[in-house]
Design a protein around this ligand. Structure first.
Ligand SMILES: [Zn+2]
Ligand SMILES: [Zn+2]
Length: 346
């Protein structure tokens, strides 16, 4: 099969012919119909993720059809239209037994712990626990855009942030994660403030439902601007970018007893960011991480998509070919373009 492969961290990946995958006994092989490009792929390519072993095929936001199923798989068969969350739980560790597959102790992540979906086919383990059937109404490109940023934002806003109607939600960073969070929080009835450095992204954020915006390039004081708009601070705030500045601002712009959710990755030099801990104590702030979403939680999200309350198709940006994927992957740290770019021809 054709796959995007890199043999050294930071060296240009190339489209190459590699052996076709075979399913594990509890896994499937999926014919990839669409796969999203994400900054996590860029981190993996740069060597920031200890799970990645060379040579490697990236890609973790995928949708497609089951091509073959392992001997122990009972729920899936050839031809089924499916997607997966980017973290697949093993289904039998303590965390999976408690319903928290997103932090499984033996998690399977295509494109990180195994070869991923920048390829014609991808093998996915723990299939019975993690595959999600795609409704006919949902096209493959939109389905692929859900697997990482959209589901992580859904969990961050709904399950971790516990956003309620009428609350103020600040979203720092308007890439794929941030725009997803803005759409989801707005659908939940919250008032969303979008924060970014470019007017183009802030204008798109307003289209996704933001009722106020702060341009962090113009505003000398982002924290003060959010507190002024919200008359005292956001109830819930998310760092959707992942940087020491946005992380700090997202915590510091909360009102008393507010909830911060960290979704943007903090790796390398950023792994130990400064937290205003005195404010966390004095104001009883809550700080959460959000890391993917369990396959069984897709049901509520799919219902909101099928009824039109959520429209993830609006976040799909450019359609690319597999041959265009290496250059697009290497450019992921430049934050260019709007929404989520998806490879749809292989
Ligand atoms: Zn991703
Ligand atoms: Zn597990």
């Amino acid at each position: 099969m054709k796959a995007v492969l890199f043999e050294q961290f930071g060296q240009p990946p190339r489209v190459q012919n590699v052996p076709d995958p075979t399913p594990a006994p509890d896994g499937v092989v999926i014919k990839v119909e669409a796969t999203g490009l994400c900054r996590s792929d860029w981190h993996g390519w740069m060597g920031h993720d200890p799970d990645v072993v060379l040579p490697h095929v990236p890609g973790h936001e995928l949708a497609g059809t089951v091509l073959a199923a392992g001997s122990r798989v009972t729920r899936w068969k050839k031809g089924d239209r499916v997607t997966v969350p980017f973290v697949g739980g093993c289904g039998h560790c303590h965390e999976c037994n408690s319903g928290n597959h997103q932090v499984c102790e033996q998690q399977f992540q295509p494109g990180f712990t195994a070869w991923g979906s920048f390829a014609e086919y991808v093998a996915v383990n723990y299939a019975d626990t993690n595959l999600v059937a795609l409704p006919e109404e949902l096209d493959f490109a939109t389905a692929a855009s859900l697997g990482c940023r959209f589901v992580t934002s859904f969990r961050a806003i709904v399950d971790q942030g516990r956003v309620k109607p009428g609350e103020w939600v600040a979203v720092h960073g308007c890439g794929g994660v941030g725009l997803s969070a803005i759409m989801i929080a707005s659908a939940m009835g919250a008032n969303v403030i979008a924060i970014d450095l470019t007017e183009e992204k802030l204008a798109f954020a307003r289209e996704m439902g933001a009722v106020a915006t702060v341009n962090a390039r113009d505003a000398r004081d982002v924290i003060g601007a959010v507190k002024e708009i919200t008359s005292g601070g956001a109830h819930v705030s998310m760092d959707a970018l992942g940087s020491p500045v946005t992380c700090f601002n997202s915590i510091a712009n909360l009102r008393r007893r507010g909830r911060h959710v960290q979704v943007g990755l903090m790796v390398g030099d950023h792994a130990r960011a400064t937290v205003p801990m005195a404010q966390v104590i004095a104001h009883e702030l809550e700080i959460y991480g959000s890391h993917g979403m369990q396959a069984f939680r897709y049901q509520d999200m799919m219902a909101m998509i099928l009824t039109g309350k959520l429209a993830p198709q609006k976040l799909v940006g450019k359609h690319l070919s597999l041959d265009e994927a290496p250059a697009a992957l290497m450019a992921m740290d430049r934050f260019e373009g709007l929404g989520i770019n998806v490879v749809t021809s292989f």
